[in-house]
Structures are given as structure tokens and as C-alpha cells.
Design a protein around this ligand. Sequence first.
Ligand code: ZN
Length: 253
Amino acid sequence: MTLRWHCEGDLVPVFRRGAFRMLDLLFPRDCPISGEPVDNVPWLHLTNTGLDSLHRVSAPHCETCGAPFFGVLAGPQTCPHCCDLSPVFDRGKTAVVAKGAGRRLVHVLKYRQGTWLARDMARIILTTPGYADFLDGAVLVPVPLHPHKLHFRGYNQAELLVDALAALSPSLRVARLLARIRDTATQTRLGREDRAHNMENAFALRPGAVVDPEARYIVFDDVFTTGATLNACCAVLAREGATRLDVGTFAHG
Ligand SMILES: [Zn+2]
């Protein structure tokens, strides 16, 4: 495993620049997409070449899940990802397509202990057209992991992303309202119907958590695949009185 330094916070800029240079000499940072050395502030671990190879999502896209549409649209379109979903939430937004470079970032964050990527991935989200406005003033609710999976992985990638978003964007608040009460089978090999079934009764409100019916909640996850996980989380919040629910993800696909 590559040793990486990660430094952020309130160091004065001059000292911070010097500290970064010193750490770069000791532990050179290579972009996990391009493989090139990183030296493009404010990005911590991504080069411009790596960033340019991401497929960023911009309009037109599905209002429910954020999936990009290609070409000129004559009117409202039904996204094939959402046609069977019956979403409990109103709108969804995503930053990149989960193929190629986008998939690589999710994979490193999730399966390669890439916690150091969360800040840059949050910056990608905030620089995606329309995403900062979509998030503005919302309360971010990370999709929880079951304690067994959390113990195995050591962190929850959805929590890392919302914490990094809140650190970069002070208007955002984070509320860990949900708990995963059933250790569900991994979703990756399941079809759409099986995923929805797999999520039944998987989530609950955390003990002591309170839902504010006036708040606008955005349930957040790393990837939108079928929407079954995000929809199950939103259903719990809706049952507990939430009236304004949206979903956000880093990647789609
Ligand atoms: Zn959709």
C-alpha cells in the first residue's frame, strides 16, 4: 500500500506550502488516475490530466437520479435507471459517470483505504455544474454501513464525503440520522428487483435521532446504481416525518 500524507486545516499558507513541499519530497503524491506527480493547488491528490479524464455530469440529466442524457431533448424524459424505482425523494444529483476515471476514484476510496481522496472528491462534487446550488442549505445524511462492514472497512465512505463537503462548504450541515440494522448481502451482483428486496427493513432511525419536518435532507452515497439503497433510507426518514427529501451521489452507473 502506498504511504500518503494528508494535511489540511488552519496552518498559515506560507508554512503550509513549505510543509507540503517537505512532505512531497518524503512521500511523493501520484494521481491515482493519471499516475503523474501532483502539484496543482488546491487539489491534494489529483492532477489536471486526471481531472480532465473524468466524465463530469452536466445538463441535461435525469432530475431523479442525475444520470446524464445525451443529445438534444424535446421534453421531459424517463430515465431507464428510475422507471421502476418509485422514488420516495424528489430530486437527485450526481457529479461524474462511474466509468473509467470516475469508477477508479470510487474504487480507491472504497476498497483501497483511499480516505485521503475524500477532500478532492468533495471538491469535484462542488465544482460540478449546478451541484453547489443543489446542496446549498441542506442537511446531509450519509447512507450508513452496518457495524460489521464498518468494522471490516474501518470507515464509511459516504460519511467521509459528507464531512469533506461540509468542511469545504460551511452552509452544509451533516446529520447521522440513520443506522443500518440488517447486514445485507452485497449489492454488486444483484439485479434491480433483488436489490430493492435486499434493502427491505435494512435501515432505521438511529436511537435518539430526531427528524425536523422543516429541514431539507439530502441522503448521500458514493454511487447511484439502482437507487434502491438511497430510496430505502429516504423511506425511513419520510416515515419519521421528513417532508423535503433529495439524494446526492459522487458517481452514477
Ligand atoms: Zn434517473
